[in-house]
Write a protein that binds this ligand. Structure first.
Ligand SMILES: O=P(O)(O)OC[C@H]1O[C@](O)(CO)[C@@H](O)[C@@H]1O
Length: 532
């Protein structure tokens, strides 16, 4: 194609939404009109499936659940008046609570207003709030946000060290839809202990966001925590940013949650249009499908050219990969679907891996995220070269990379937003949620369950059970044992490798067990109880 044809293709396929000042360009994905035509009937089915989902169908058949995250920003569309009321009530509850915290009507136990916010949660209970905090938190927020999103003791220590001396001014949110995920439970135990050590009551600092009736809710109510906010059954973790999961931390940081919801609602309207060319989420799904031949053969590299959007790719990683990475389709055929997502930000990544993107293995397509506004209005941009600002550079580098990749047979999508504000971020979240839903319908998979995650969780609890057994056996044995003898004694010779990992970890942490000998020769090691 010559430059005039490429330009014509750009104009033909450009999507623009005037209300959101949002552009989407998929012209640099090399698809043919025939390919688009061949997907028309599948798209018709996908639009119908999405309509049924929004009307309250059981769109997550394995878990027998409705999928209602779109109702969160258009409560009037929820299938019953009770649900409409529950959604609206939750938003009002969030706003009222944030106001009381901001104005010191709920005072910190250390006196005065809360100044810090510690969010404990993992996966969908952390990634959205982290992305939104990075993108939208004001320079001087009413509460400074911190996250514990793992069960890494050192990671927890680092966060608690930052809060040293400030626990009395810290509001703690524990977020877990199930209320039983081990990582946030562990975070909660360690944070509670930190409060105890500091002699500060925990309950008057604590808030839960969880499913009604969960273990976490029961604990919060029994202990008299400040408040409990609901996560509705029909909201999945990875699509929970516009529920209390995302809205509460955002409101507490002074982010305009009504604007976030309005941006998402406007994008939802735009992505309900049952015509591919006029629906930006359908255009994205089309581009993904064609780029990866409907089998995820190409990875999605997400490159926002804006520091504030750094965590967007991480957020999308869960949204896309946990939704689309499935072994079977809805008919029970083994399909092993998915699209791998990675990326950080441009132009920084240009000095990291863009070399491979341009010249190396062609197993990806890029999504450039362009932000038109360089910096806050009113702040002048100095020239870094004659007539050129830093922002011009950023824009030039995005365009240059897009062009250089295309010239070398590498495809890309470009999403353009006017500025990083609550409205645009809400729109981006809604855009990708719908694109994932439509793509899942095209490839006929359930995007709303995550059975694969369970296998790792089950295996982990079996490891911990084995560890308990091992400690007991070694403690009650006089003298030392070899690894083989220990494996026999615990009745798990087939799990000798797991045993070795357990022992090495206990030894390294000065725990109940000692290893004597060369750690590089596991079979020669002597295992004994550590003297107390
Ligand atoms: O909010 P919960 O129930 O603690 O779950 C956290 C995360 O764990 C998963 O269930 C599995 O990784 C995610 O889908 C979810 O976002």
């Amino acid at each position: 194609m010559d430059s005039a044809q490429i330009w014509q293709r750009y104009c033909d396929w450009l999507y623009y939404h005037p209300g959101l000042e949002f552009f989407l360009d998929i012209s640099r994905i090399r698809f043919t009109p025939e390919q688009v035509g061949s997907l028309q009937s599948r798209f018709a089915e996908a639009f119908a499936a999405m309509q049924a989902l929004e009307a309250g169908a059981i769109a997550n058949p394995d878990e027998h659940r409705q999928v209602g995250h779109y109702w969160l920003r258009a409560p009037e569309l929820a299938p019953t008046p009770e649900l409409t009321q529950a959604i609206q009530g939750c938003i009002e509850q969030i706003e009222a609570f944030a106001e009381k915290i901001h104005h010191g009507m709920i005072p910190a136990s250390g006196g005065g207003r809360f100044t810090e916010l510690l969010c404990v949660g993992i996966g969908g209970s952390a990634l959205g709030p982290q992305f939104v905090a990075e993108a939208l938190a004001p320079q001087h927020p009413p509460l400074n946000i911190h996250f514990i999103d793992n069960t890494d003791p050192d990671g927890i220590d680092r966060v608690l060290a930052r809060l040293a001396g400030k626990l009395g001014q810290t509001l703690v949110i524990i977020t877990s839809k199930s209320g039983g995920t081990p990582e946030p439970r562990n975070g909660l135990v360690e944070v509670e202990q930190a409060y105890q050590k500091a002699g500060i009551p925990f309950a008057v600092h604590a808030v839960a966001i969880t499913s009604p009736g969960s273990k976490l809710e029961v604990q919060a109510r029994q202990a008299g925590w400040l408040e409990v906010f609901p996560i509705f059954d029909w909201v999945g973790g990875r699509t929970s940013e516009t529920s209390a999961v995302g809205l509460l931390p955002a409101a507490l940081q002074g982010i305009d949650i009504r604007a976030l919801l309005a941006g998402a609602a406007t994008m939802d309207e735009a992505t309900r249009v049952p015509e591919v060319k006029r629906n930006p989420a359908a255009l994205l799904a089309l581009a993904w499908y064609i780029a990866g031949q409907g089998q995820g053969r190409k990875d999605m590299v997400v490159l926002p050219y804006k520091d504030r959007l750094l965590l967007f790719s991480r957020y999308l990683q869960q949204l896309v990969m946990e939704s689309l990475g499935k072994s079977h389709d809805l008919k029970g055929n083994r399909v092993e679907q998915g699209i791998a997502v990675y990326g950080n930000k441009g132009s920084t990544d240009q000095h990291a891996y863009v070399q491979q993107l341009r010249d190396g293995i062609n197993n990806f397509f890029v999504t450039f995220i362009e932000v038109l506004q360089d910096r806050e209005p009113g702040i002048p941009s100095p020239f870094v070269e004659p007539q050129v600002t830093s922002g011009d550079y950023l824009s030039g580098l995005l365009q240059g990379t897009r062009q250089a990749l295309y010239e070398n047979g590498r495809d890309s999508i470009t999403v353009t937003i006017p500025r990083v504000d609550a409205r645009s971020v809400g729109a981006l979240i809604a855009l990708y949620e719908r694109a994932v839903g439509l793509y899942a319908a095209l490839i006929n998979i359930n995007a709303y369950h995550q059975p694969g995650v369970e296998a790792g969780k089950k295996a982990a609890s079996a490891v911990l059970e084995l560890q308990r057994q091992v400690i007991e056996v070694v403690r009650s044995h006089a003298g030392s044992l070899t690894l083989g003898q220990l494996a026999e004694k615990v009745g798990s010779p087939e799990r000798i490798e797991t045993l070795y990992f357990i022992l090495r970890h206990l030894h390294a942490n000065g725990r109940e067990i000692q290893l004597i000998g060369d750690p590089g020769c596991p079979l020669d090691l002597k295992i004994q109880a550590r003297p107390t």
